[in-house]
Design a binder for this molecule. Structure first.
Ligand code: SF4
Length: 277
C-alpha cells in the first residue's frame, strides 16, 4: 500500500504501538497469567466451573464463573493467538477513525475496497475537511448510508482540524463529540490506536457474550461495563477481536455451529441445549 502520510498526518499523536494495517503486538505474559488465573481460580472455587457451565439450572457462583472465564480466555488465546488484529486497513489514526465511521452497517471488506482509493484521493484530515459534499458522497456511494457518512466525515475532519489541533483525541468524552462517533467507535480508536484497554461492544460481542453467560443485557454500554467487571484488563481489546472472529466463523447469528465450537464445553447456551436433548 502506498505511503499515505503527509504533513497533516504528522500532527496526529503517534500511538505507542505501530500504526500499521495489521497489528502484531503481543501482551507480555498474558498466556502465563491466563494459566495461573485458571489454576488459581479453579483451586479457589474448589469446583469444576465446567460442571457449573453444564448445569443449566444451577446458578453459577462468581468463583465458578471467574474460573470458566479463565478457561474461555485460554481457549481463545490458543485458537486465535495474542495478535491485536484489525480488519480495517489503515495507516494512520485518522484513517482508522474514518474507516470505522464508514463501517457502520457495512462489511469491513467493502470499506477496505473503498478506502484504498479514497485515502489516495483525500490523503489528509485537511483534504476531508475541504472535500466537496456531493463528490465525497459519490466516492463512498457503495458503502451505504453514504449521505450521512459523507456529511459526518467532513464535519469530523473539521472538528479534528479546528477543535483538536489536527489530532485524533484519545479520551472517550472527546472522541464521542466527533460527528459519526459513538462509544463503540471511540473504543475502537482507544484500543487500536492508543492501546488503552477498552471493550468494543458490537453486535457479535453483545450476542456471544450473552450466549456465554457473561452478560444478560441488550444495552451495549451496560454490557461494556459488565464485561469490564468480568474480564481481566489485559484481554479487553482482544475480547472484541476474538469474539468477532468467532461470530463470523463459528458462532454465526441464528445458526451457531456449536458442535464445531472450541468453547462449547464452557458455553451455557450449548450445555443447556444438550441437557434438553
Ligand atoms: S458453543 Fe455454540 S453458542 Fe456457544 S459460543 Fe460456541 S457456537 Fe456460540
Amino acid at each position: 500500500m502506498e505511503d499515505k502520510m503527509n504533513s497533516a498526518d504528522d500532527k496526529i499523536r503517534q500511538p505507542e504501538v505501530s500504526d500499521v494495517k495489521v497489528r502484531q503486538t503481543e501482551i507480555p505474559g498474558k498466556r502465563a497469567a491466563g494459566k495461573e488465573s485458571k489454576n488459581e481460580k479453579s483451586r479457589q472455587a474448589g469446583i469444576s466451573g465446567k460442571r457449573a457451565a453444564k448445569n443449566g439450572t444451577k446458578k453459577e457462583t462468581k468463583k465458578e464463573r471467574n474460573a470458566r472465564v479463565g478457561r474461555i480466555l485460554e481457549l481463545l488465546d490458543g485458537e486465535y493467538g495474542l495478535e491485536l488484529r484489525c480488519a480495517l486497513i489503515h495507516e494512520t489514526g485518522w484513517q482508522l477513525l474514518f474507516s470505522t465511521i464508514l463501517s457502520a452497517q457495512c462489511t469491513d471488506k467493502r470499506v477496505n475496497i473503498v478506502t484504498e482509493t479514497l485515502y489516495r484521493k483525500y490523503p489528509s484530515i485537511e483534504a476531508f475537511a475541504n472535500a466537496d459534499f456531493d463528490e465525497l458522497k459519490e466516492d463512498i456511494r457503495s458503502i451505504g448510508f453514504y449521505q450521512a457518512k459523507a456529511r459526518n466525515l467532513i464535519k469530523c475532519a473539521n472538528q479534528l482540524m479546528y477543535e483538536f489541533g489536527g489530532e485524533v483525541p484519545s479520551e472517550i468524552e472527546e472522541l464521542t463529540k466527533l460527528a459519526g462517533v459513538g462509544r463503540k467507535t471511540a473504543n475502537v480508536i482507544r484500543g487500536n490506536i492508543y492501546n488503552i484497554p477498552s471493550i468494543v461492544v458490537d453486535t457479535h460481542v453483545k450476542r456471544i457474550s450473552r450466549l456465554l453467560g457473561l452478560t444478560d443485557t441488550d444495552d451495549p454500554e451496560k454490557a461494556e461495563y459488565e464485561l469490564m467487571e468480568i474480564l481481566p484488563e489485559d484481554h479487553w481489546i482482544l475480547w472484541n477481536i476474538d469474539i468477532i472472529t468467532l461470530g463470523r466463523n463459528i458462532c454465526v447469528a441464528g445458526r451457531p455451529r456449536c458442535s464445531e465450537c472450541f468453547l462449547k464445553e464452557e458455553c451455557p447456551h450449548y450445555n443447556e441445549r444438550i441437557q434438553k436433548l
